[in-house]
Structures are given as structure tokens and as C-alpha cells.
Design a protein around this ligand. Structure first.
Ligand code: CP
Length: 309
């Protein structure tokens, strides 16, 4: 198979195993490209991409922009906080105005779940979801699972625990779908209040004891507590959260094996992860960020190939 089964990347739940395999093979190629002295290819000289960010971002925004520039696409950037959205313009009007400037592809981050799906039904452009509310963050899950494959050889058969604020996380849902498609066994671990009731229906294990979860897993993906999405308290205090669900060097050294530590960022050092763990060789956090550029190049390249047909 040499093309994706989808015209948009709205979520991992819309992909199949072959799509992920194709994205990873294409990523392998682009990883080699971005490690050359000339890190750029002319592939998308005829494509214009708009990056629409209605929510804050560091990694995803910069990574998409760099990926687009490495592919020689024309790029325009839109930040809601500096736009006419502040004057009451709707999402559809905003995007249709941008598309009338002859844009082929839209990368969107939005606080509302389903924003990308909504756009894909109303506008004529290829859409990439760069994170929609608490729903999905597909390119994050692709770069996470690609990084596991790179560190451990394969994803199939690995035990992966996602730790922390599962309830408010789009990274968790996309990772669950991506890991399961690739044959990993998935567990979530955190305070009961931060684990959605439906989660077991997705075929994942649930654990509230971090030590047990770490003893079970090959990989622990540590999530940030997403205070910006909380209007009530879900645990007694940050100190108690850290005592029960934070990883530190002493805890990792007390396990009978060395596990891989991941984090999608941004990190709250000293809360879900201590600096000695985040900065250790056991952590692949910066490898994840590095792989993000090649993953996004692959996704953009493969979707653009479908526009050109
Ligand atoms: N991982 C991630 O989505 O980070 P940003 O919010 O900085 O883009």
C-alpha cells in the first residue's frame, strides 16, 4: 500500500494498521533527510498550509511549521489570540477566509473536541488535527509509538502504562488507539477521579497503584495534570498527587528492571516527574520531540499526495 486510507488526519481511531506502517516507513525516510547537512526536500513546493492555533502550543506548533518548511511548502500561521476571532468571527468564517487565499491544507489545534471533524465536513481542504480538547492528538500518538519502536525495536507485545490525568488528556486516547493497533498491551494509572469510567470498555487495564503499574510495564508515559481543563479539585493536594503518582529516581531504581520513561510535554518538573528522571538516559522525552518533526513531515507528505491526485 502506498497511500493512506484517509484524506484527513482527524484521529488515530480513523486509521488502520497499514496507515501507521506507511507513516512510519515514510518517517524513517524523512528522519534520514533531516539529519543531512541540507535538511530540506522540494516535495511540496506547490502546497500551501495554514497552521491554525486556537490554543497555546510550543512543541506541536513549532514542529508542524518546521516539518512544512523542510518539505518546501508555503506556510501561514494563525494564532486566535491575535486574530479577528477576538472580534466575534466564527470558526467557519475564519477558515473560509483563510482558504480563499488558496490554502490546500489546514493544521488545527482547538480547545473543543471535534473541531477538526467539523471543519472536514464544511471546507474543501485536507485537515490535520493538532489536538482537539480532551479528544485526540493523533500526531503526538504517532511520534510516541514511533519513539517506542525506535528505543525497543517494536511496539508489538510491549506493556505500556499511561500515568496521570487520563480524564482531561487527548494524548491518552490517541496513544491507547495507536498502541492497540500496533499490538501493545495498555494500562492507565492515576487517581480514580482522573480515570474516565468508560476506559475499561476500550480494552485497557486500570491500576491505581503506581509501583504495581511500573512493575508491569516496559514503558511509562507520564502525563501532566491539566489544571487548565479543571474547574474542581480532583485530588487533595499537588504534594499528595506527587507522592502517589510522581516518578522519581529512587522509585525507578527499586524496580527489578529498567523501564523507558516518556512524557509528551510540557513537563511539570517535581510534580509528575523529577528532573533526575526527566534528564536521565532512561527518558526519551527529547527523542519524542525530535521524531515529531519527521512524523509530521510524513503525515503532511502523504496527505498532500492525495490532494495532488
Ligand atoms: N505535546 C504537546 O502537544 O505540546 P504543546 O502543547 O507544547 O504543543
Amino acid at each position: 500500500m502506498s497511500e493512506l486510507s484517509v484524506n484527513h488526519l482527524l484521529g488515530i481511531k480513523y486509521l488502520n494498521k497499514q496507515d501507521i506502517q506507511l507513516i512510519f516507513e515514510t518517517t524513517d525516510h524523512f528522519k534520514e533527510v533531516i539529519n543531512r547537512s541540507i535538511k530540506k526536500v522540494p516535495s511540496l513546493r506547490d502546497i500551501t498550509i495554514a497552521n491554525l492555533f486556537f490554543e497555546n502550543s510550543t512543541r506541536t506548533k513549532l514542529s508542524f511549521e518546521l516539518a512544512e518548511k523542510r518539505l518546501s511548502a508555503d506556510v501561514i500561521n494563525f494564532s486566535a489570540s491575535q486574530s479577528s476571532v477576538k472580534k466575534g468571527e466564527t470558526l467557519i468564517d475564519t477558515v473560509n477566509n483563510i482558504l480563499s487565499m488558496k490554502v490546500d491544507m489546514v493544521v488545527i489545534r482547538h480547545p473543543n473536541a471535534g473541531a477538526g471533524v467539523f471543519l472536514s465536513k464544511h471546507i474543501k481542504a485536507s485537515i490535520i488535527n493538532a489536538g482537539d480538547g480532551t479528544h485526540e492528538h493523533p500526531t503526538q500518538a504517532l511520534l510516541d509509538t514511533y519513539s517506542i519502536r525506535e528505543r525497543l525495536g517494536e511496539v508489538k507485545g510491549k506493556n505500556v502504562v499511561i500515568v496521570g490525568d487520563i480524564l482531561h488528556s487527548r494524548v491518552a486516547l490517541s496513544n491507547i488507539f495507536a498502541l492497540q493497533l500496533q499490538g501493545a498491551d495498555v494500562m492507565v494509572c492515576g487517581p480514580k477521579t482522573l480515570i474516565p469510567k468508560y476506559i475499561e470498555k476500550l480494552g485497557v487495564k486500570v491500576e491505581t497503584n503506581l509501583r504495581k503499574a511500573l512493575n508491569w510495564c516496559d514503558v511509562a508515559n507520564m502525563l501532566r495534570v491539566q489544571n487548565e481543563r479543571m474547574d474542581i479539585s480532583y485530588f487533595p493536594s499537588t504534594r499528595e498527587y506527587t507522592q502517589q503518582f510522581g516518578v522519581n529516581k529512587a522509585l525507578l531504581e527499586s524496580l527489578d528492571k529498567e523501564i523507558v520513561i516518556m512524557h509528551p510535554g510540557p513537563i511539570n518538573r517535581g510534580v509528575e516527574i523529577t528532573s533526575d528522571v526527566a534528564d536521565s538516559n532512561q527518558a526519551i522525552i527529547l527523542n519524542q520531540v525530535e521524531n515529531g518533526v519527521a512524523i509530521r513531515m510524513a503525515v503532511i507528505y502523504l496527505l498532500a499526495s492525495k490532494i495532488k491526485q
